[in-house]
Structure formats: C-alpha cells, structure tokens
Design a protein around this ligand. Structure first.
Ligand SMILES: Nc1ncnc2c1ncn2[C@@H]1O[C@H](COP(=O)(O)OP(=O)(O)OP(=O)(O)O)[C@@H](O)[C@H]1O
Ligand SMILES: [Mg+2]
Length: 297
C-alpha cells in the first residue's frame, strides 16, 4: 500500500512548480485565485491578510469574495446583508464600481460577496461560472488595481474551476494536517485540467501551509511531507495562533490588534513578498501608494 509520502510525491508530478511564462499574462493586473483542498483551512484569513499586506506594500489591491458563504464579510465582523457585492452585480445588474467598499487599510478595497439568499447559491454559482462572466465584471474595475486577490471556494466545485479559468495565478492554502495533504492532489488535478482546457496562462503561484502548529505531531508531519515532496511551497507559513482567531472575532485584520498582532501581521507581510516575487508582472516598476492606516472601515 502507498504511504502518505508516496501520495505526495505522486501528486507532485501532476504539474510543474511554476508554469514557464505564466507570469506574463494578458490581464492588466495579476488575479490571484486563493483556493484550498479542504474547508476551514484558513483560506479567507490568508486571502484577507495577503490583500492587506499587498496594499501596505504599495500595490492598489482589490480583494474579491467569490465564496457563497461570505467569508470575508464575516472575517470583518459583518453580517450577511451588510454589504452589496458580487451577488448584487449578478442579480441586479449593479455596476461593480458601485458596490466596491473602500477600507482605511492602505490601498485596499473590497468586492464582497454581497446580499445572497442562501437558497439562491446554486444560481449564484451557475451565473458566476458562465464563461467570461467574472472577467467582464472585473474588467470594468481592474484598471484601478495592481493586484486582485480572489477568495474562491474550497474543494473541487465548479465555481473553483470557473475562478481558475479567469485567474492568472492559483494560490493553494493547505492546512497543515494529513486530511488536507491527502486531498491536495484533487486540487492540483483541477488546476492542471483548467490549465489544459480553459486557461493555459494560469500559473500555480505556490502552496501556503496554513494553521501550522509544530507542537502537534500531525502538523509537523504534514509540513515535513510537503517540504519533502514539493518545490512550490512558500517558505513563509501561517502559524496557528490564538491572536489570528481573535482578529476574526474582533472583525479586523490581525495587524489592527497592536503589538500582540504584530508578529502574525509580519508573517503575512513576509508571505506577500514571496508571493509578489511570483506574480509581479515582468518589468513593471512598483508604484507605492501611501495612505493613512486604521481604523479599517
Ligand atoms: N492561522 C490561524 N490561527 C488560528 N485560527 C485561525 C487561523 N486561520 C484561520 N483561523 C480561524 O479558523 C476559522 C476558519 O478560518 P477561515 O474562515 O479563514 O477558513 P476558510 O478556509 O476560509 O473556511 P471556509 O472553508 O469555511 O471558507 C476562523 O475562525 C479563523 O479565525
Ligand atoms: Mg472562507
């Protein structure tokens, strides 16, 4: 029987760590699709903090929530009907520019999921999955942004494929546990298939290990097998920290929690620098847009 390290090695042959030429794509701004093999992996936490860090680094960043469960608004302490967003653009033909929410976090704007009755989720997913739908929505606003970070659903749902079909880079949030490592090959298979069928310019930006707790043997072993089996794992990992959960409860990014949150915020900033090395369009100098931070809204 195959042991888990064999499975990891086999998953690795599915696709190269970096797709050659993948960073030179026709969209005006890199569109980073954040997905994960399993739910609860810290994907929304990652997408939000990466977007905050990219903004703080001077890139005008738009964080888009395509996940029907409305994770970004929840992470920011808001309810399901607080913000208009993607669902309103789809259902009511509202212009995306009218529903984008500016934040006081430097260079960061949000296109949230919007107001969606849970019973309409299937329709939301099917509209968003129509070929070109996401691109035409983002095309109306993306000239104003240097980086677009998309919080996509987890698993192998059709909406994940639809988002990947219109992205420039896939970023996989991999929770450091055996279950997620086992499910990774499914996500990689989906990415590979989208690259072949729909979007040859899609690149795998890399895999981010999330919720890492090196005190736990299972987490340690997941991290070890990933380091051993893959060369596209970012060096910066996201640790499991009480303060990150507390930020979620407080409805702010962790960097807004003062000195206590500074360590975690730095981890996301280090990760953002690594991600930036992969997604930055060739020969494009970074313009730094400086703004005053805090509070968030
Ligand atoms: N690194 C971390 N340390 C501590 N808690 C975390 C960490 N990452 C995420 N969490 C907590 O775990 C919960 C789920 O996180 P999050 O919503 O980011 O995951 P998700 O992968 O987006 O979940 P879903 O699949 O439901 O969308 C939240 O309460 C969040 O605060
Ligand atoms: Mg989420």
């Amino acid at each position: 029987m195959q042991d888990s390290s064999d499975r990891v090695a086999n998953a690795n042959v599915l696709l190269p760590a970096r797709i050659p030429g993948g960073t030179n794509v026709p969209h005006s701004s890199p569109r980073l699709i954040v997905t994960s093999p399993t739910g609860g992996a810290g994907r929304t936490t990652l997408a939000l903090h990466l977007a905050v860090a990219l903004g703080a680094a001077g890139h005008r960043t738009l964080l888009v929530d395509l996940d029907p469960n409305n994770g970004v608004a929840h992470a920011l302490g808001r309810g399901d009907r607080t913000f208009r967003g993607v669902a309103d653009v789809l259902a009511l033909d509202v212009a995306p520019s009218q529903v984008i929410v500016e934040t006081r976090s430097p260079n960061l704007a949000l296109l949230l999921r919007g107001r969606l009755d849970p019973i309409d989720v299937a329709q939301f997913e099917s509209l968003l999955s129509e070929r070109g739908r996401l691109s035409s929505m983002l095309g109306l606003v993306e000239a104003q942004y240097d980086r677009i970070v998309i919080d996509a659903p987890s698993g192998v749902r059709s909406l994940v494929c639809a988002a990947l079909a219109e992205g420039t880079h896939a970023l996989v949030a991999l929770c450091a546990d055996a279950r997620s490592v086992r499910a990774l090959s499914q996500t990689l298979r989906v990415i590979e298939s989208v690259q072949k069928r729909d979007n040859p310019t899609l690149a795998l930006a890399g895999i981010v290990l999330t919720r890492v707790d090196l005190e736990r043997a299972s987490s340690q072993s997941a991290v070890g097998s990933m380091w051993e089996g893959f060369d596209c794992v970012f060096e910066s990992t996201i640790p499991e920290r009480e303060i990150i959960a507390k930020a979620w409860e407080s409805g702010v990014p962790v960097g807004h929690l003062g000195a206590e949150g500074a360590f975690a915020a730095r981890r996301f900033a280090a990760l953002a620098r690594e991600v930036e090395d992969v997604i930055a369009p060739a020969n494009q100098p970074v313009e730094h847009h400086v703004d005053n931070p805090r509070p968030f809204f």
